[in-house]
Design a protein around this ligand. Structure first.
Ligand code: LLP
Length: 419
């Protein structure tokens, strides 16, 4: 559930009409609902209270400092994937002991920074990475905890770009190689405590079956390892819960917990999880304004001021995002249109062949729904477009939580040399 609702032909975020924000802050702008973000986190906290899970919000979904701080203050930790996300996490006030760090390519500098921050877990994705962490930890006189990210070779039945646990994917380590690391490599490491298993099988997963398959395989692996003298204390089950963009019927937090809690309980381990999209996805929209309606012999194009650089999901994954044109008169004639941005690529679209009110016209504001996760965080400056502003709504108030970029921001790091 989320707090974007139609009232009197306009879409509201909590008690604020979105057209008001568009007029005051300008477009394109991302708008997030504080209540929805917290509701989604609480749903997971409640569902996983029986195992006292540490919920590490996956910052890559939306790493705005205000959002990270909001979720941290509500008890979440964070899952990071880069030195940049670590920097943001610290700025947002996330304590080191609530930070877990996954990435197939952590640099030495990033490892040093994470050690200095005293993070809870390195989720390790290869043997040379584990050896490097050990060496750096020795040099810095630290003794970090690490988990091996296993690759259980499970098909998550999601878009192939966000499937991560097939053996063809770059992520994680297969069970045999992981066993070798636990039993042969770990005992000779002097500075890393290898005491966790991490498993993340993909994103936007709608059904619980692949999660169960992966967790059962992983639990059996853990039992085998512990039987051979490993001392595993933590299991990180990753993120991946799907949300409703269109007609999906994903599992709820409760349904997910009901099925996997028995498997988790049986392991007797401390549980960590890393939800991103489930918390932020439906908690945000992208507002854009109609610049022109262009009717050609072939089709209608509704040209808006947001583009693939603002929300790349439709272009990149063929993702579907619902649109609400405001003012949003119910009923009435509809006509198919491509909703496209100003970027110079035919792949620049927010929707294809979408039925919109036939009377859509210049100046209308369109809300692109479910844009809270992997929206702003994947945005870019392509075509020298300034990245959008971000706004957080709370009840009948709102505030800008990231200013729109300026032209000066665009050239700040460019250097004009002698030619
Ligand atoms: N943990 C790890 C190790 C991950 O790689 C990810 C996401 C998550 C947790 C959070 O997954 P979530 O709960 O959000 O599904 N840009 C794509 C999604 C990429 C997901 C990458 N990893 C999209 O827009 O659909």
């Amino acid at each position: 559930m989320h707090d974007f609702k139609l009232k009197n032909n306009t879409l509201y975020c909590e008690q604020v009409p979105l057209e008001r924000i568009a007029a005051a802050v300008g477009t394109p702008v991302f708008v997030y609902s504080r209540k929805t973000l917290l509701d989604h986190l609480r749903k997971l906290q409640r569902a996983f209270a029986p195992v006292d899970a540490l919920i590490c919000y996956s910052m890559k979904a939306n790493s705005n400092l205000s959002i990270c701080r909001l979720l941290t203050q509500a008890g979440a930790g964070v899952d990071i994937v880069s030195g940049g996300e670590l920097y943001r996490a610290k700025k947002a006030g996330v304590p080191g002991e609530k930070i877990v760090y996954a990435s197939v390519g952590k640099t030495m500098e990033e490892i040093e920074e994470a050690l200095a921050a005293g993070i809870a877990f390195f989720n390790v994705e290869s043997k040379p990475e584990l050896e490097l962490i050990d060496a750096v930890a020795g040099r810095l006189k630290k003794c970090p905890a690490a988990a091996i990210r296993v690759n259980p070779d499970v098909d998550a039945h999601t878009h192939h770009y966000i499937t991560t646990a097939k053996k063809q994917n770059k992520f994680g380590i297969d069970f045999d190689a992981a066993e070798e690391i636990f039993l042969r490599t770990a005992p000779r490491l002097r500075h890393v405590r290898l005491c966790g298993i991490h498993v993340h099988i993909g994103s936007q997963i709608e059904h619980v079956t692949p999660f169960v398959e992966a967790l059962k395989k992983t639990a059996a692996f853990i039992a085998r390892l512990n039987g051979r003298g490993a001392a595993i204390t933590h299991l990180n089950i990753g993120g991946g819960l799907g949300i409703i963009y269109h007609r999906e019927k994903p599992q709820t937090a409760d349904a997910y917990a009901r099925v996997i809690l028995p498997i988790l309980r049986k392991t007797g381990l401390r549980i960590i999880m890393e939800p991103g999209r489930f918390i932020a996805g439906n908690a945000g929209v992208l507002l854009t304004k109609v610049l022109y309606v262009k009717d050609t012999a072939a089709k209608r194009f509704v040209i808006v001021d947001a583009a693939m650089n603002d929300l790349i999901r439709p272009s990149f994954y063929g993702a579907y995002h619902d649109l609400v044109v405001m003012p949003a008169a119910r009923g009435g004639r509809r006509r198919a249109a491509d909703v496209v941005g100003p970027v110079c690529e035919s792949g620049d679209f927010l929707a294809k062949d979408r039925l919109l009110p036939a009377g859509v016209r210049q100046g209308n504001v369109i809300a692109v729904l479910s844009a809270g996760a992997y929206g702003f965080s994947m945005s870019s400056n392509y075509n020298s477009r300034r990245r959008a502003a971000e706004v957080l709504v709370s009840g009948d108030r709102y505030r800008v939580i990231r200013k729109r970029e300026t032209y000066q921001d665009l050239v700040r790091n460019d250097v004009i040399g002698e030619s």
